[in-house]
Design a protein around this ligand. Structure first.
Ligand SMILES: [Fe+2]
Ligand SMILES: [Fe+2]
Length: 143
């Protein structure tokens, strides 16, 4: 459970920052919204990097497969990155309608992505990489 616990905690803290950004935007405070969105964006991209550079390669090496769930997850990261850019543009333009429309799409995609990771991929990681879990988590903390 070591890998799941650590990764799930990161998902939660990203969710919190995003909720704060949405709350500020709904009150029309785009400066405040941007502050929280920036935290969300930096944390999310950092979390993706931990997965793409440390967790996924370790999983692929252990299972001998690069065409399974990690490939789907990498593809979804690309989609999320595009939406992050669009949301940033909406904030820069102080476009509230655009902000909430992109934010909705982003949140649905990210929630589904995170759920797949938590229910499938991280659970598999816990199972097949139990012996190296502590090392992997340590590496991700240092990233
Ligand atoms: Fe991911
Ligand atoms: Fe994740």
């Amino acid at each position: 459970m070591e890998i799941s616990n650590y990764m799930r905690e990161e998902h939660r803290s990203c969710d919190e920052a995003f909720a704060k950004a949405e709350q500020a935007a709904s009150g029309g405070d785009f400066e405040e919204a941007f502050k929280h969105f920036e935290t969300f964006m930096i944390d999310t991209l950092n979390h993706f990097a931990k997965e793409e550079e440390i967790l996924f390669p370790a999983f692929e090496e252990t299972t001998g497969s690069t065409e399974g769930p990690t490939q789907v997850m990498r593809y979804e990261h690309t989609q999320v990155r595009n939406l992050l850019e669009q949301l940033k543009e909406a904030i820069d333009a102080k476009d509230k309608d655009r902000f909430f429309s992109v934010a909705d799409t982003l949140m649905i995609l990210l929630q589904q992505h995170n759920m797949k990771e938590e229910q499938m991929l991280y659970a598999m990681c816990d199972r097949v990489m139990a012996a190296q879990a502590a090392d992997l988590v340590e590496k991700m903390k240092e990233r």
